[in-house]
Design a protein around this ligand. Structure first.
Ligand SMILES: Cc1ncc(COP(=O)(O)O)c(C=O)c1O
Length: 438
């Protein structure tokens, strides 16, 4: 019998992009500059200025030993993941460039992309929980995230304990203590602390720094703190700077930004990404090459789009604030609660462009307002170039039990608005005429 070929000694180096400029005049390049070319070398693709879309299910290995070596990376026999391209359920050039660029925005070591925000969130949670474990989460969460924890993971013996966004450091600590006891009784551990901040649709902020302090104090062995940063990321909040370990996104929203694709991502240190990558390799769920390419295009303008949408939202909210038919606003640029303002000042870099407006009245008044908008479209989702308005209590959060909706402030008088990049005066005129009809 002949000896097996030793794959460790015979790697064929993968053609890597040329080393690129990452700093200028002694300081690092900003993300908006890096979005134009980071991680892509035209010389590797016939000089094509933009990365081509790599539509292939599988990649040819330079040698059998390379194939073996790559599979050792895929299966975890060799640390550090695959060193080369293998099969499109695991990785691909468009996805790798996208992951490199997404990691930049959050200052993360590594990122992973998925076919939707919910695929990202579900695979993330599944990678970390086992039977008997407990998830601690903030509330409100996007309804599907909340449902995945309460209904799907429950089938596998995973329970949860939650706390309202805005809870005090003492309340957060108490909840983590409670989760620790619950896990002990169930023969498991606290497997993940999962936050959404700002929460959808109320814009309630979670004190990430207080969550980290409580986690470190109560749980000797740290479990990851993950946070859905869809509403403010990647421009207006960088949760990894404040103690989160993993940041999750629906890329469908601001990052995609044109309401023409569905995708998701997570980012963080490699040690947190590796278990999730392994499960994604098994299950699938990676973003497809075409959508990854569209996201690369979107990332080139994400800062411009978000800045303009943010400016528009500030103007629209200044108009809505004193309108006689408006009861109140859930806009981060006009916070009335002292604790929420303190969290905002520590964590946020901008007020965003998605907010809630509470109309005087209830469902009937909200429906009249929504049915009379002419520029803003009546649709769920957010973060696109166009302005959208919806009624969470009867749409995105309909599956949340009525009592819980009331507790979380998702009332029948709440309309959620995502401001786009249209002309602000046109938007204000549209809101004014729709409010007149209420
Ligand atoms: C805050 C938040 N997280 C996650 C999701 C899910 O993202 P996707 O629709 O891309 O699966 C959404 C969708 O609206 C959301 O608003």
């Amino acid at each position: 019998m002949t000896d097996a070929i030793d794959a460790t000694d015979t790697p064929t180096p993968r053609r890597k992009p040329k080393p690129e400029r990452t700093e200028i005049a002694g300081r690092p390049l900003k993300p908006s500059t890096l979005m134009m070319g980071h991680g892509y070398d035209p010389e590797l693709s016939e000089g094509s200025l933009k990365a081509p879309i790599f539509l292939t299910s599988t990649f040819a290995f330079p040698s059998a030993a390379d194939g073996k070596r790559h599979f050792e990376g895929i299966t975890g026999k060799r640390p550090g993941g695959a060193e080369g391209l293998v099969y499109s359920r695991f990785n691909g050039p468009n996805q790798e460039i996208l992951e490199d660029r997404l990691a930049i925005w959050d200052g993360a070591e590594d990122a992973l992309t998925f076919s939707s925000g919910m695929t990202a969130i579900c695979i993330l949670m599944m990678a970390y929980v086992s039977q008997g474990d407990v998830i601690v989460h903030s509330g409100p969460l996007y309804a599907a995230s909340e449902g995945f924890v309460a209904k799907v993971l429950a089938k596998f013996g995973v329970t949860y304990v939650d706390f309202p966004a805005g809870a005090s450091p003492e309340e957060i600590e108490e909840v983590i203590e409670k989760a620790k006891c619950q896990a002990g009784e169930n023969g498991g551990q606290v497997a993940m602390i999962y936050l959404e901040s700002p929460g959808n649709p109320t814009n309630a902020l979670v004190d990430i720094e207080a969550v980290k302090a409580a986690r470190d104090k109560v749980l000797g062995k740290p479990c990851p703190i993950a946070i859905d940063n869809t509403f403010l990321g990647p421009l207006w909040q960088r949760p990894l700077d404040h103690g989160a370990d993993i940041v999750a996104y629906s890329l469908t929203k601001y990052v995609g930004g044109h309401s023409d694709l569905v995708a998701g991502s997570i980012a963080g240190a490699k040690k947190w990404m590796d278990p999730v990558r392994a499960l994604r390799n098994t299950m699938g769920g990676i973003v497809d090459p075409n959508t990854a390419w569209m996201l690369l295009r979107s990332l080139e303008t994400v800062e411009l789009r978000m800045q303009r949408a943010g400016e528009n939202a500030a103007k629209v909210c200044a108009f809505l604030k004193d309108h006689p038919k408006v009861e109140g606003l859930g806009y981060l640029g006009m916070i009335e609660d002292e604790r929420q303002q303190d969290i905002y000042d520590r964590h946020c870099l901008g007020a965003g462009s998605t907010f809630s407006v509470f109309l005087k009245g209830g469902e009937a008044e909200c429906f009249r307002f929504l049915d009379n908008l002419t520029i803003a479209k009546l649709a769920v989702s957010l973060g696109g170039t166009e302005t959208l308005a919806s009624h969470p209590a009867s749409m995105t959060h309909l599956s949340v039990p009525h009592a819980r909706r009331q507790m979380l402030g998702i009332s029948d008088s709440l309309v959620r608005i995502s401001i786009g990049i249209e002309d602000a005066d046109d938007l204000i005129a549209d809101f004014e005429q729709a409010l007149e009809k209420v």
